[in-house]
Design a protein around this ligand. Structure first.
Ligand code: NAD
Length: 434
C-alpha cells in the first residue's frame, strides 16, 4: 500500500514510521520545512523512545520518505491519513478544526485516483460529514471515501502502543474503505489486535469517550487521595484495593498532581462543547474538568504548606516538567501551573527535566533551568518531584539532604516511601498518604 500521512507530529511521525515498518510505502508530509529538513538528517522533532532507530531503518529500506509537498505526496497514494493538530479553539474550548479542514482541501485538490481519506486526528462527532462535504466541493468528480480511525497511542510508549494496540477502531460503512483499511492494518490483525468496524460518528465519539473516561478515573483517585489525607488513609492501598477488582482495573489509579498533556485537557473540553451543542450534558466530565483545573494550583499551595506557609525569597526546586515521563511534551503540563503558583507567592523556581527543557523554556518564562537533579536541588528550600522520570526514582537522598537549604521533599507522584525518606531526616510530603 502507498500511504500518505499529512502532519508529521507525535501521531503522524510514529504512525508513519510504524506503517513503513509493517512493509507499506509511506510518505510523511509536514508544512514545517525545518522539521522535514531535520528528518532528512534523521534528527527527530520529538523525544519518543526508539523512534530515531525506527525512522532510520525504514528510511534506509526505502519505505519511508519525508516531504513538504502535499501535491506530489498525494498523487500516488492509496490511503491518505490526516494527523494534524486539533487544539482547543481560543475563547470557547471547541476543537479547532481549521488545520484538518485546510489539510483536507489541499489533499482533495491534489487527488488523482480513487483514494481513502482517513481522519486520525481527534475530531468531534460529525467532522467526517463536513470533511466529506469539503471533498465533494473541491473535487466533485473524485472517487474518495472518508473514514474515521482515531489514534489511541500514548506518548512515551507510542511505538509499542501503535504496534500492539488494544483495539483499532475504524468508522466507515463503505465496503471498499473497509477492504482498504483491513489491508492497511493486516499486520496487526494477524497479531490478533481486534479491528473494530463501526459507523463514522460512533468512531469519532469513541475517542472522546475513551479519553474522558480515563480523565474521570484519574480525577476520581485524586479526590480519593484528598479524602485519604483528611481521614488518615493511604490512597495507594485504596487504589490497589479497588484496582484488583476486574470491573475497575488498576490502570489510571495513581494519585498525583492532575492530568495534563496534549490530549485529555483539550479533548474533555471539546466533548463538553459537543454535549452542550446537542443538549445532552455530560456532568461527570464537567465536574472532572473543574476538579482537575483547580487541582494544579492546589498542588502549588500544598508545596507552600509543606514549606511552612511562607516562601517569599526562597528557592523551590522542581524535578520533572513534562506532563508525564518519556516525552518532551509540555502541553498543559501541571508543572506550568505549579511553578506559576510558587512564583506568584514570591518564590524563585529552579527546574530540571531530562528531555523537556527546550519545550519548557517556551512556556515557563520566569524559571531557572538546571542541568541535573542535584544542581537543581543545591541550596533550595524544598525539592519537589512533579513528574516521575526513572532517574528520580533512586536519588541519593542523603546527598539531597546535604545540599538542600531546608530538608523538605515534596513527592507529588508517591515514588518514595514515607519511612525511607524520614529515616534520612527529610521532611516528607506526598499525595494521599495521610
Ligand atoms: P502535533 O502538533 O505534534 O503535529 C501536527 C503536525 O501537523 C505539525 O507538525 C504541523 O506542522 C502539521 N500540519 C498542520 N497542518 C498541516 C498541513 N495542512 N499539511 C501538513 N502538515 C500540517 O500534533 P499531534 O500531537 O501529533 O496530534 C495530532 C492529532 O492526533 C490531534 O488531533 C491529537 O488530538 C491526536 N492525538 C494525539 C496523541 C498524542 O499523544 N499526541 C494521541 C492520540 C491522538
Amino acid at each position: 500500500m502507498q500511504i500518505t500521512m499529512i502532519g508529521t507530529g507525535y501521531v503522524g511521525l510514529v504512525s508513519g514510521a510504524c506503517f513503513a515498518d509493517f512493509g507499506h510505502r509511506v510518505t510523511c508530509v509536514d508544512k514545517d520545512a525545518g522539521k522535514i529538513e531535520r528528518l532528512h538528517q534523521n534528527i527527530m522533532p520529538i523525544y519518543e523512545p526508539g523512534l530515531d532507530a525506527l525512522v532510520a531503518d525504514n528510511v534506509a529500506a526505502g519505505r519511508l520518505t519525508f516531504t513538504t509537498d502535499t501535491e506530489s505526496a498525494v498523487a500516488e497514494a492509496d490511503v491518505i491519513f490526516i494527523a494534524v493538530g486539533t487544539p482547543s479553539r481560543r475563547g470557547d474550548g471547541h476543537a479547532d478544526l481549521s488545520y484538518v479542514y485546510a489539510a483536507v482541501r489541499e489533499v482533495a485538490a491534489a487527488v488523482k485516483k480513487p483514494v481513502v481519506i482517513v481522519n486520525k486526528s481527534t475530531v468531534p462527532v460529525g467532522t467526517g460529514d463536513e470533511v466529506e462535504r469539503i471533498v465533494r466541493e473541491v473535487a466533485p468528480d473524485a472517487d474518495i471515501c472518508v473514514v474515521s480511525n482515531p489514534e489511541f497511542l500514548r506518548e512515551g510508549a507510542a511505538i509499542d502502543d501503535f504496534k500492539r494496540p488494544d483495539r483499532i477502531v475504524v468508522g466507515t460503512e463503505d465496503a471498499r474503505a473497509r477492504e482498504v483499511m483491513s489491508e492497511v492494518y493486516r499486520p496487526l490483525f494477524i497479531n490478533q489486535s481486534p479491528l473494530m468496524f463501526t459507523a463514522r460518528r460512533s468512531s469519532e465519539l469513541i475517542k472522546y469517550a475513551a479519553n474522558a473516561f480515563l480523565a474521570v478515573k484519574i480525577t476520581f483517585i485524586n479526590e480519593m487521595a484528598d479524602l485519604c489525607e483528611a481521614v488518615g488513609a493511604n490512597v495507594q492501598d485504596v487504589s490497589r484495593g479497588i484496582g484488583l477488582d476486574n470491573r475497575i482495573g488498576s490502570k489510571f489509579l495513581h494519585a498525583g498532581p492532575g492530568y495534563g498533556g496534549s490530549c485529555f485537557p483539550k479533548d474533555t473540553l471539546a466533548l463538553l462543547k459537543t454535549a452542550e451543542d446537542h443538549e445532552a450534558p455530560v456532568k461527570i466530565v464537567e465536574a472532572t474538568v473543574a476538579v482537575n483545573d483547580s487541582r494544579k494550583r492546589a498542588m502549588g499551595r500544598k508545596i507552600v504548606k509543606a514549606m511552612g506557609g511562607e516562601i517569599r525569597g526562597k528557592t523551590v526546586a522542581l524535578l520533572g516538567l513534562t506532563f508525564k515521563p518519556n516525552t518532551d511534551d509540555m502541553r498543559d503540563s501541571p508543572a506550568i501551573a505549579i511553578a506559576q503558583t510558587l512564583i506568584d507567592e514570591g518564590a524563585h523556581v529552579r527546574a530540571y527535566d531530562p528531555e523537556g527543557i527546550e519545550q519548557a523554556k517556551l512556556v515557563m518564562k520566569d524559571v531557572e533551568f538546571a542541568t541535573d537533579a542535584y544542581s537543581c536541588a543545591e541550596g533550595a528550600s524544598a525539592l519537589v518531584i512533579v513528574t516521575e522520570w526513572n532517574e528520580f526514582r533512586a536519588l541519593d537522598l542523603k546527598r539531597i539532604k546535604s545540599i538542600l537549604a531546608e530538608p523538605v521533599l515534596v513527592d507529588l507522584r508517591n515514588i518514595y516511601t514515607p519511612a525511607e525518606v524520614r529515616r534520612i531526616g527529610l521532611d516528607y510530603t506526598s499525595v494521599g498518604r495521610g
